[in-house]
Design a protein around this ligand. Structure first.
Ligand code: PEP
Ligand code: CO
Length: 432
């Protein structure tokens, strides 16, 4: 893919000499949290961009995405009564797999856009030439994104007493915003009640800080390898580009390079599971990626499509359950529900997204397994990329603020709305 092997080697060598972005101990903490999800005692919220952008890179952008994630997590935790493990698709989610190497623009065939870590989306042949300097830029952007996320979640921004402050202006007046405000007021009252009962809320760190972990698809193995380091404590190798890495639907071959790489690192791992997935594949995948059967090591991210999820998922749930392999089951309700709008935009309908989660939850109810989490593409901005939702975006609205560099994302209101919807689906199925 890269035309200049020498320049690629140089860039990777440079990254290999740079500090790790995350620490092995943090990856282990995430795995411990995910082990709780395996046991049905926590819920996973994995969310963020389809593809991070070199252009859309600012403190406000990162802060607003974090706000929605914190808001959604509060809704889920309050409604389900279990901790929400927060994992961002951020600080490294740049590379995109493509179904086709080229795309047609105005009757010219040019190489596909592969994410800002590889090439430029401008529709010219030149812009699409892979440039290894972008790997270094992606590392640097990941480092400063993570730095800001750490500062926000440990420095007071994620303090539960600020639960009202996470609501953005354009969300505040909406029905889902109002609903959130009501819940936030109840949480404040609960905190006051705890204090009145003599609980020392001031000195309870978990009320004032949050853990937000990072994740991305481990697609560019050169980049991932250059950030793979040996943990001095355990001697184990960790991919220190993010806390959690996942294999995408297009690269999850059991004898392929991506699975081979990931089985060698100690991080918690994910694998996308599409509608063509067989029982044999899933059982073998569990064996290859988690031979020690460590709870929290493996998350299976189902992305079947709303129409197929229930029938496609149930045999897999049953087989994994009967095999005794501990896994987190998460629902990606985005990637199986993408279509092209009348106006030619790649989009998803909010109703399909909810419908897929409903099918996912129902499949778990029928098999007696825990619908452990959701994996969604969203932004804190007021974009118009997905149809429907409480303000019922239509085809004609898509052109207003369609800003994604890859797949359509939920906006902050749709994200919040989704969290309420998910909580209701899980509770009404008798889980919480
Ligand atoms: C993605 O998560 O952006 C993606 C490309 O998903 P999948 O591999 O499931 O198609
Ligand atoms: Co995507």
């Amino acid at each position: 893919m890269w035309p200049d092997q020498g320049a690629l080697d140089q860039a990777l060598k440079q990254i290999a000499s740079y500090p790790p972005l995350v620490f092995a101990g943090e990856a282990r903490s995430l795995q411990a949290g995910l082990a709780q999800v395996c046991a049905g005692k926590a819920f996973l919220l994995q969310a963020g961009d389809c593809a991070e952008s070199f252009e859309d890179f600012s403190a406000n952008n990162i802060r607003d995405k974090l706000r929605v994630i914190l808001q959604m997590a509060v809704v889920l935790t309050y409604s389900l009564g279990v901790p929400t493990i927060k994992v961002g698709r951020m600080a490294g989610q740049f590379a995109k797999p493509r179904s086709s190497d080229t795309e047609k623009i105005d009757n010219r065939e040019i190489p596909s856009f592969r994410g800002h870590i590889v090439n430029d989306p401008a529709p010219t042949e030149n812009a699409r030439i892979p440039d290894p300097d972008r790997l270094v830029q992606a590392y640097n952007q990941s480092a400063s994104t993570l730095n800001l996320v750490r500062a926000f979640v440990k420095g007071g921004f994620a303090d539960l007493s600020r639960v009202h402050a996470w609501t953005q202006e354009f969300v505040g007046s909406s029905p889902e915003g109002q609903r959130y405000e009501q819940m936030a007021t109840e949480i404040e009252r609960a905190l006051r009640f705890m204090r009145a009962c003599g609980v020392d809320t001031e000195n309870t760190a978990t009320l004032h800080e949050a853990d937000v972990y990072t994740s991305h698809e481990a697609l560019l193995l050169g980049y991932e390898e250059s950030l793979t380091r040996q943990d001095s404590l355990t001697g184990q190798w960790y991919d220190c580009s993010a806390h959690m890495l996942w294999v995408g639907e297009r690269t999850r071959q059991l004898d392929g390079a991506h699975i081979e790489f990931l089985r060698g690192v100690g991080n918690p791992l994910g694998c996308k599971i599409g509608p063509s997935t067989s029982v044999d594949f899933v059982l073998e995948l569990c064996q290859v990626l988690n031979p020690a059967r460590a709870p929290g090591r493996l998350t299976l991210i189902s992305r079947m499509g709303a129409d197929k999820v229930e029938t496609a998922l149930r045999p897999l749930l049953r087989a994994v359950r009967d095999s005794g392999h501990p896994v987190v089951w998460a629902c990606d309700p985005m990637h199986g529900n993408t279509f092209t709008s009348v106006g030619g935009r790649k989009t998803r309908h909010f109703d399909d997204i909810i419908r897929e989660i409903a099918g996912f939850v129902n499949a778990h109810r029928l098999e007696g397994t825990w619908p452990g989490g959701i994996h969604v593409e969203l932004t804190g901005d007021n974009v118009t990329e997905c149809l429907g939702g409480a303000d019922d975006l239509t085809d004609a609205d898509l052109d207003d603020r369609y800003q994604t560099v890859c797949d359509p994302r939920l906006n902050a209101r749709q994200g919040l709305d989704l969290a309420f919807g998910v909580a209701e689906l899980i509770r009404s199925s008798g889980f919480a």
